[in-house]
Design a protein around this ligand. Structure first.
Ligand SMILES: Cc1ncc(C[n+]2csc(CCOP(=O)(O)OP(=O)(O)O)c2C)c(N)n1
Ligand code: SF4
Ligand SMILES: [Mg+2]
Length: 301
């Protein structure tokens, strides 16, 4: 059996306030294992401010800054500047924001941070809705998903718009490093965190974060669902270094998306036509990813 390479150090206390099976909690735990104690985390309003910092307690053994919902990109720019002035070059400056705080209200601050080449890591933990305030839809909610603001009744069929392509938006800024990560594949997750840690410049990590109450599945199924997301091609794992894309987990044939969709109450209203529509989109995105990897590999270094 292959030797586990994930660091044993724990920088997250067990007495946190996440729901059982929270993918976002696992994401933070694995992230800090890879980054180590010389880390400062900036948190905007999101589930993690509740999970991690109910005053006067903390669930993290690293420095934390709570910042306004829209300001993560700006806040890590300021933290980096302050750390540099103080000569703290070896400190990892990390923004850890939800999908709403990143793809919607925080997009401008993120874009500025990437464009200024801020030497920091921006993490979007993606539970595909505004969970902390009661499961409202975000730009990252997938097409057709039920949320409290995209109901299913009569003519209403869940979210009418597709998921926003955050990796595409980030890659247009040419970051030093960008990757998709899934806590259900912890070895791949840890390797990417350690790679991001050792690169200088703006870095972006898109982390898949299943949410049992928001997606309507049993909290014991978080890892199984996470694996299905990647194995069906719904959430492919890849990284982009200096503009070159590499897929980091390839399975022989993708599993049918039906397995992933049927495991969650938020898609229970899907008809066979809806499933076929998602299947075709996932197949097309996967083929595009494979094609991009092939082109990047054939480009001279
Ligand atoms: C300017 C502003 N608008 C709205 C809120 C209320 N609010 C707090 S957390 C949150 C949802 C955050 O969603 P997301 O970023 O996806 O993180 P999640 O809760 O899903 O972890 C909202 C709308 C706020 N704190 N500040
Ligand atoms: S609502 Fe979802 S994201 Fe928030 S703590 Fe619970 S499981 Fe985690
Ligand atoms: Mg969210």
């Amino acid at each position: 059996m292959a030797k586990l390479t994930i660091p044993s150090q724990e920088l997250m206390y067990s007495g946190h306030a996440a729901c059982p099976g929270c993918g976002g909690a696992l994401a933070m735990r694995l992230l800090l294992k890879g980054l180590g104690p010389r880390t400062i985390v900036s948190l905007p309003a999101c589930c993690w401010t509740v999970i991690g910092t109910p005053y006067p307690t903390t669930a993290l053994r690293v420095g934390i800054l709570d910042n306004p919902f829209e300001a993560t990109g700006a806040s890590i720019s300021g933290l980096r500047a302050a750390a540099d002035v103080l000569g703290m070059k070896d400190v990892n400056i990390v923004g850890f924001a939800g999908d709403g705080g990143t793809a919607d209200i925080g997009l401008q601050a993120l874009s500025g941070m990437l464009e200024r080449r801020t030497n920091a890591i921006y993490v979007m933990y993606d539970n595909e809705a505004y969970m902390n305030t009661g499961i409202q839809r975000s730009g990252e909610t997938p097409w057709g998903a039920w949320t409290t603001t995209t109901p299913v009744s009569g003519d209403l069929h869940g979210k009418p718009e597709p998921k926003k392509d955050m990796m595409g938006i980030v890659l247009a800024h040419r970051p030093a490093y960008a990757a998709t990560l899934n806590p259900a594949y912890p070895e791949d997750f840890d390797r990417k965190v350690e790679r991001a840690r050792d690169i200088v410049g703006p870095r972006f990590l898109h982390i898949f974060a299943p949410c049992p109450p928001g997606w309507k599945f049993d909290s014991s199924e978080t890892i199984a669902l996470g694996r299905l997301a990647t194995d069906t091609g719904v959430f492919p794992l890849y990284e982009v270094v200096d503009g070159r894309l590499a897929i980091t987990r390839k399975t022989g044939a993708l599993k049918p998306v039906e397995e992933y969709l049927h495991a969650q109450g938020r898609f229970h209203h899907f008809t066979p036509e809806d499933v076929a529509k998602i299947q075709a989109q996932v197949r097309e995105s996967w083929d595009r990813l494979v094609q991009r990897e092939r082109e990047d590999l054939s480009r001279p270094h």
